[in-house]
Design a protein around this ligand. Structure first.
Ligand SMILES: *Cc1c(COP(=O)(O)O)cnc(C)c1O
Length: 392
């Protein structure tokens, strides 16, 4: 099975990068590289390139995006019992990480951007709230101006979940560099893939150090001592990235701008071809957003129409991406496997708690946009959408 988008362009460059790791001695563990012998850790190189790309002082690579979320929350000092606010439309991992650190997930509605509704965010803040996790879903930035303003006035930290938006920009800044911390995922379905992998990006030295320690059993990387005698103050866990993942990531990073540009061009043609259809509504993209354009989302008047629309697309060989096919992994209103452990959700009918989000998500259809799409393929999709819209 081939997912989009970074996996679409895996090729000889990634293979050669892996071979080079073996040619140079087959060191697979980042902390085994001995700089005095001229060995440079691929993970360290990857982190440096990512800091430059994202425009932050510190990047720390870990084993997955989910690990990055948890490690970032620990780095931010989130404690058991704290409330952390995120949004109803996200991948389960965001809420899993909040639960993992013992915090209470508080969940906002989305608006027609399909990301966090800033007005609803204000209404969810209490004296226990410590942090906000806006999620840039399906390549489109959240309304960061509004969210940052709220965070400032209530003295809350922001963790951007940019797992689905590596390379996106908001008002000239890279996504993930706007809040106190940003995290990214490099899993097989993401814009840049290392198979599995994740990243924490921040300008905050204290958060960076705590996150780095936590992801490596508490190791402080004290330059005065060898690793076996390293200092530690707080406990940790193992969420380390390995050398091969970083080598692949470096090769992928070289292709990123090209890949995003192609997607943006493809999406432009797609949008042009469907923008005059009266009965579908395109997702609203906030002002100043440079989206990565890996997904096209539009909504129908009601959920029955959306269901029929998606079925017709499938019958024509066009597949959807998460909406509606995997809505249960991307909407909190279905998460009765993990939310009822909290008193605020226990006994509640989750499907009624975020009615606006439920309505929007059930009416929405997401279509993946590929990097390598021929004009013919794009026009085929345009024709199908136009044809189906006339019948719905
Ligand atoms: C993919 C994803 C994650 C988790 O990343 P993994 O690398 O798969 O652990 C977190 N948040 C969102 C929004 C995601 O899409």
């Amino acid at each position: 099975m081939r997912y989009m988008p970074g996996s679409e362009i895996i090729g000889k460059e990634e293979r050669e990068a892996v071979n080079r790791v073996f040619d140079n001695g087959g060191i697979l563990y980042r902390y085994a590289c001995d700089e005095s012998k001229g060995e440079v850790s691929q993970v360290r190189v990857f982190e440096k390139l990512l800091s430059d790309k994202i425009g932050v002082d510190y990047c720390h690579a870990v084993s997955s995006g989910t690990a990055a979320l948890k490690t970032a929350l620990i780095g931010m000092g989130i404690q058991p019992g704290d409330e952390v606010i995120t949004q109803s439309h996200t991948f389960v991992a965001t809420v899993e990480a909040i639960i993992e650190v013992g915090a209470i997930p508080i969940i906002t509605e989305i608006n027609e951007t399909l990301n966090m509704d800033p007005d609803d965010l204000i209404s969810r803040i209490t004296n226990k709230t410590r942090a906000i996790i806006p999620v840039h879903m399906a390549g489109v930035p959240a309304q960061m101006d509004e969210i940052c303003k709220i965070a400032r006035s209530y003295d809350l930290l922001i963790l951007e979940d940019a797992a689905q938006a590596f390379g996106a920009q908001y008002k000239g800044k890279q996504i993930g560099s706007i809040g106190d911390v940003g995290i990214f995922s490099f899993d097989y379905g993401k814009m840049l893939t290392t198979g599995e992998g994740g990243l924490i990006a921040t300008n905050n030295k204290a958060i960076y150090h705590r996150a780095r320690e936590y992801s490596d059993h508490g190791h402080e990387m004290n330059p005065l001592y060898p690793r076996g005698k390293d200092t530690r103050t707080r406990g940790g866990f193992n969420y380390r990235m390995m050398e091969i993942q970083a080598a692949i990531g470096i090769a992928q990073l070289n292709k990123l701008d090209m890949a995003i540009e192609r997607q943006q061009e493809n999406k432009k043609i797609l949008i042009k071809g469907i923008s005059s259809i009266p009965n579908i509504q395109l997702r609203r993209v906030p002002d100043g957003s440079g989206e990565i354009a890996d997904t096209l989302i539009f909504s129908l008047a009601d959920s029955m129409k959306a269901k029929r629309f998606a079925e017709s697309l499938n019958e024509n060989g066009i597949y959807t991406k998460n909406l509606p096919d995997a809505i249960k992994w991307h909407f909190s209103g279905t998460w009765d496997h993990m939310l009822p452990q909290f008193a605020i959700y226990n006994g509640e009918d989750l499907s009624t708690l975020w009615p606006i989000s439920k309505d929007i998500l059930e009416r929405s259809i997401a279509i993946p946009i590929k990097i390598k799409m021929t004009e013919n393929e794009i026009h085929y999709i345009v024709d199908c959408i136009n044809g189906i819209a006339k019948l719905i």
